[in-house]
Write a protein that binds this ligand. Structure first.
Ligand SMILES: Cc1cc2nc3c(=O)[nH]c(=O)nc-3n(C[C@H](O)[C@H](O)[C@H](O)COP(=O)(O)OP(=O)(O)OC[C@H]3O[C@@H](n4cnc5c(N)ncnc54)[C@H](O)[C@@H]3O)c2cc1C
Length: 352
């Protein structure tokens, strides 16, 4: 994203290993040659981006809420804001960029299709202390249809001994599922036997792939509200920021040309699509494939991936966000070919 190096205090840890566990505790480890992912202090990261925006001329109305869009003659022409002190204000703009997150309430007001509930998983993330038996540079990933249905559980260590523990599920209560993960998963229950939760939060994640239309007259939608989120991992920071940059370019071009109609802003969706549609389509298929597997099949898959040496085939990858292109790069390797043939067989047997 051109943001590195970030100021001190934002990057909490970096990782080059991911350990995947089936519900029976079978482990498949992926070791990359160098760290390719980082855990960020999200509050400080957002604050840093906000400071960059202010330095570039942006201003913020903190402690304020957009109540509704101002719509006239079929164009979005600004927003109605309620300030923290209860006062109301109307702000006019040639283009309104909606970055409201997964609620997608304003998207509906712009007459665009909101996020579909069936594409959502419900996540919980906790801060924990006293985790044991984990490596500093490895993320732990737990797979179980019983309590991480449609997604997975994660444990992400920080260097100060604390960790982020979470999961997403499309069934039941995320809080109860987290409790089950901590007490019933054969590996997690050992790692978290003495763990203490110090903070907990809940949020939905949209895994359905980008919305069909993220633009209207005088209006652009970016980030989670446009579902610019990886359907495999639920990561939305890289794709959201990538699309936000394209949105900024499309908006400034439209304003300079004096045409903010939906036909002028269509270029935003086209450019996002050109850049991301291949990766999204691969990741959507991967998500559907993973969701179709029983716990026994997941267990078998992790064993087979280990036996085929997929770990070594992927070890030189230095970028894991664009997963469609990543698979293309790895596909020439015989282990990956064998793994793909095996996936195809699993897919056919799961969907027969
Ligand atoms: C538990 C969990 C873990 C995650 N982990 C990762 C990860 O490791 N890596 C990764 O890439 N992604 C991760 N994600 C996803 C990532 O957090 C989101 O994709 C990203 O935050 C989306 O950014 P956004 O700006 O679109 O939306 P948000 O971050 O949701 O921000 C939307 C903002 O708009 C504000 N808002 C909403 N409505 C209004 C209104 N009417 N008026 C004014 N303000 C409003 C909200 O208060 C909020 O501040 C995770 C998500 C969850 C839930």
């Amino acid at each position: 994203m051109g943001l590195y190096p970030l100021p001190n205090g934002i990057v909490e840890n970096t990782f080059r290993t991911a350990n995947f566990y089936s519900s029976r505790g079978t482990k498949f480890s992926l070791h990359l040659n160098r760290p390719v992912t980082a855990a960020l202090n999200r509050a400080r990261f957002d604050q840093y981006l906000a400071e960059q925006a202010v330095a570039a001329g942006a201003s913020f109305a903190l402690n304020s809420r957009v109540q509704s869009l101002v719509i006239s003659d079929g164009f979005v022409k600004g927003v109605n804001i309620q300030r923290g002190d209860g006062t109301q204000e109307q702000v006019s703009s040639m283009i309104t960029v909606d970055a409201e997150g997964v609620s997608s309430r304003l998207l509906k007001q712009a007459r665009l299709t909101a996020l579909k509930p069936q594409g959502l998983v419900y996540a919980v993330e906790a801060e924990v202390e006293n985790v044991r038996g984990i490596e500093d540079d490895a993320v732990e990933v737990y797979l179980s249809s019983a309590y991480t249905s449609g997604f997975y559980g994660w444990l992400i260590p920080r260097l100060d001994g604390t960790a982020k523990l979470g999961l997403g599920t499309n069934r039941g209560s995320p809080r109860d599922s987290l409790q089950t993960l901590m007490t019933k998963h054969p590996v997690a229950c050992r790692q978290l036997a003495n763990a203490k939760i110090t903070k907990i939060g809940y949020h939905a994640i949209s895994l359905g792939g980008p919305v069909e239309k993220a633009y209207a007259n005088g209006f652009l939608a970016v980030g989670d509200c446009a579902s610019q989120v990886k359907p495999t991992t639920g990561g939305g920071v890289i794709f959201g920021l990538t699309c936000a940059k394209i949105a900024a370019e499309a908006a400034s071009q439209a304003i300079l040309q004096g045409d903010v109609s939906s036909s002028a802003l269509r270029v935003y969706q086209r450019r996002c699509s050109e850049l991301l549609s291949f990766d999204f389509s691969v990741m959507l298929r991967l998500r559907r494939f993973l969701n179709s597997l029983s716990d026994d099949k997941v267990d078998e898959m992790l064993r087979v991936l280990g036996r085929l040496g997929v770990d070594k085939a992927l070890s030189s990858q230095d970028e894991v966000d664009f997963q469609g292109k990543m698979m293309l790069r790895a596909v020439g390797n015989p282990s990956m070919m064998a793994a793909l043939a095996y996936f195809a067989m699993l897919y056919l047997s799961a969907n027969a």
